[in-house]
Design a protein around this ligand. Structure first.
Ligand code: FAD
Length: 267
């Protein structure tokens, strides 16, 4: 197993990190103890699907018979001008810690959360709960919980209301500036910190390796999450039809599904 850090990042808890909470320290080498899996810490810089090699930190080459490609995704801050330079993200533990540091030093002010999907909702609620001294504004095209049934939606809105989160739906963010978010139509919202949660993008490695990818660089797979190329792609990087129920379940158990996918591929 190759991963950038020894520490396992529980991405689905990074909104907790961002609000100043400490998560359990989970060491990947320790988790792998007794499994016979060798851990290599490093950054994958290239995949050569024809030669069946992975290059790590540009100086180490690993050969494989089967590649499990599970590099995840990061927040797509490129979707809005200024997002890359001025918005915080929850792409990595380091990113979440940067926001936690900023929020911890603010004292008062406004935090704008861009994106009213589940990550935006969780983040806005967590920040508002942990930092009652801050105004939290949740911006999005859709109202939070748009896909939920009316009872769940009412519960969600009551919770956001109780926490003091200001919800602005049906708005389009067109620019992020160092201290302001600009909306379509000309309105500006002053922001001491902007968290961007809308949309994801994937690493260019798969496309660079010549694997079949879609217009967003995600590996094209069959129904068993196998790349249509000789390598194998799983989880956030893949496109194609999932076996029934897999995607929903896999969001909670990415490692287990990567493992299942690998076993299926090897079998
Ligand atoms: C705040 C937040 C809340 C969420 N809440 C939920 C939830 O409640 N329920 C749910 O199901 N999902 C939730 N999600 C989504 C969930 O976290 C992701 O779907 C899941 O983490 C994807 O797992 P993965 O293993 O595919 O990728 P990741 O968890 O992103 O893991 C990819 C790993 O690959 C490493 N890596 C990437 N590129 C390289 C490289 N070139 N070289 C070496 N290593 C590399 C990364 O460092 C990382 O360790 C949430 C996400 C966020 C951000």
């Amino acid at each position: 197993m190759v991963n950038a850090q020894e520490r396992f990042t529980e991405r689905l808890r990074l909104h907790m990190t961002a609000s100043g909470q400490r998560l359990a320290e989970l060491s990947i080498p320790e988790l792998l103890n007794g499994t016979g899996t060798r851990f290599v810490q490093g950054w994958v810089t290239a995949v050569d699907a024809a030669a069946k090699t992975v290059r790590i930190d540009d100086d180490q080459v690993l050969h494989y018979d089967t590649l499990v490609y599970a590099l995840g995704s990061v927040a797509d801050t490129s979707a809005v001008p200024g997002g890359e330079d001025h918005a915080y993200t929850l792409s990595s533990a380091q990113d979440a810690e940067l926001l936690a540091d900023r929020l911890g030093r603010l004292g008062s002010g406004t935090v704008v959360v861009g994106g009213s999907g589940l990550t935006g909702i969780e983040s806005a609620a967590e920040i508002a709960e942990r930092h009652p001294e801050l105004n939290v504004v949740l911006l999005g095209r859709a109202e939070p919980g748009a896909a939920m049934n009316s009872k769940a939606k009412a519960y969600l809105h009551a919770a956001l209301d109780r926490l003091g989160v200001q919800v602005r739906s049906r708005v389009e963010v067109v620019k992020v500036l160092p201290d302001t978010v600009e909306l379509a139509g000309g309105e500006s919202i002053a922001a001491d910190a902007v968290l961007w949660t809308s949309g994801t993008r994937v690493s260019p490695l798969a496309a660079a390796a010549g694997l079949a990818v879609d217009e967003r660089g995600r590996i094209v797979t069959d129904a068993a999450l196998r790349s249509v190329d000789p390598s194998r792609g799983v989880r956030d990087r893949r496109r194609g039809r999932d076996p029934p129920g897999l995607r929903r379940h896999a969001r909670h158990l990415p490692g287990r599904h990567a493992d299942r996918g690998a076993r299926r591929a090897v079998d």
